[in-house]
Write a protein that binds this ligand. Structure first.
Ligand SMILES: [Mn+2]
Length: 313
């Protein structure tokens, strides 16, 4: 059943021993939502902890600064930024098969929780912010940092087309309440690990162009990832690189799978439909970003991709 921010706030206020769940391969939005909500609820004197099937990535460690996790049997389970129960991971789902409340912003939310506050906007952190305001919690700088993190990361630092005037107004509120936006923006959008730079250098060496430079293709092999020492959480955004090149309409990234074959990401700039291109290989997605899998050797997969892509120009 769908409920409002106010009803979500009332439910949270009426319970104690609250567990907050984030989705697997956690991003800034699910983690910022979880730690933001934890801080708000603890300021009301509640016993709260967060849980995620994957480790907290190093770059987001500041979200948990000063937070001691305590063990208890939860009375109330909340999922934040989690559109489908499958995104919680098997171990979490087995331990907590029943989710009492979900706070999310994905249109595709499967309404698996008892109650869902489904917010229409760029980030789950905006929804959590509304719920926290309804609870009458005063916003500390640490809490502002958490919520700012989700708003900034889900909008590519307020650059993507999902950014709304409301997103910016809420982020401005958080700035007034002490969010360390300049530091966070540098950490989240500029800082890269040396391992990431190493893998980028190798990946850029693989770049090839087709169709007069309207198509660019790069490849990330298993070997490159191993040699660089980068882990999965450091590889985000690489598939965005080809489309950043001047004149490129279709950017293709081939990521070698562990078992062989390639996971393909396609990003398009203005007119080509990435989801249709990927559908030709059994994949799908959105008009500007889509994906598919091709189980073929490198040269063969690359030729197939370039031929198909050329038909979309
Ligand atoms: Mn999100």
């Amino acid at each position: 059943m769908k409920i409002s921010a106010k009803e979500a706030a009332m439910l949270l206020c009426a319970h104690d021993r609250i567990l907050i769940l984030s989705h697997k391969n956690p991003d800034g939005d699910t983690l910022g939502s979880a730690y933001g909500l934890l801080r708000a609820l603890r300021s009301l004197g509640k016993t709260v902890r967060t849980q995620c099937t994957d480790r907290l990535p190093q770059m987001f460690s500041y979200l948990a600064d000063g937070v001691q996790q305590e063990d208890f049997t939860p009375e109330f389970v909340v999922a934040v930024d989690v559109a489908s129960v499958s995104l919680l991971g098997d171990a979490v789902t087995e331990a907590y098969p029943n989710v009492d409340l979900c706070i999310d912003h994905h249109h595709t939310n499967e309404l698996y929780a008892q109650k869902t506050y489904l917010y229409d906007g760029a980030s789950a952190c905006e929804a959590v912010y509304e719920v926290i305001c309804e609870m009458g919690v005063s916003i500390t700088p640490d809490l502002a940092d958490c919520l700012y993190t989700g708003m900034a990361t889900d909008t590519g630092c307020f650059r993507f087309s999902n950014t709304t005037p409301k997103t910016m107004r809420l982020a401005a509120d958080l700035m007034e309440q002490g969010a360390r936006y300049a530091e966070l923006n540098r950490l989240l959008f500029e800082t890269k690990s040396k391992e990431r730079i190493a893998v980028e250098r190798m990946v850029l060496d693989t770049i090839s162009y087709a169709a007069d430079g309207k198509i660019a293709l790069i490849c990330i092999s298993q070997e490159m990832v191993k040699e660089s020492g980068a882990d999965e959480s450091e590889l985000g955004g690489i598939s965005g690189i080809p489309r950043t090149i001047e004149g490129v309409e279709i950017g293709i990234t081939m990521r070698e799978k562990e078992a062989g074959g390639y996971k393909i990401s396609v990003r398009t700039a203005a007119y080509a439909d990435a989801s249709k291109l990927c559908a030709a290989f059994g994949g799908g997605g959105h008009i500007r970003a889509a994906g598919c899998v091709i189980n073929a050797p490198y040269e063969q997969a690359k030729t197939m991709l370039l031929e198909e892509a050329a038909r979309f120009l």
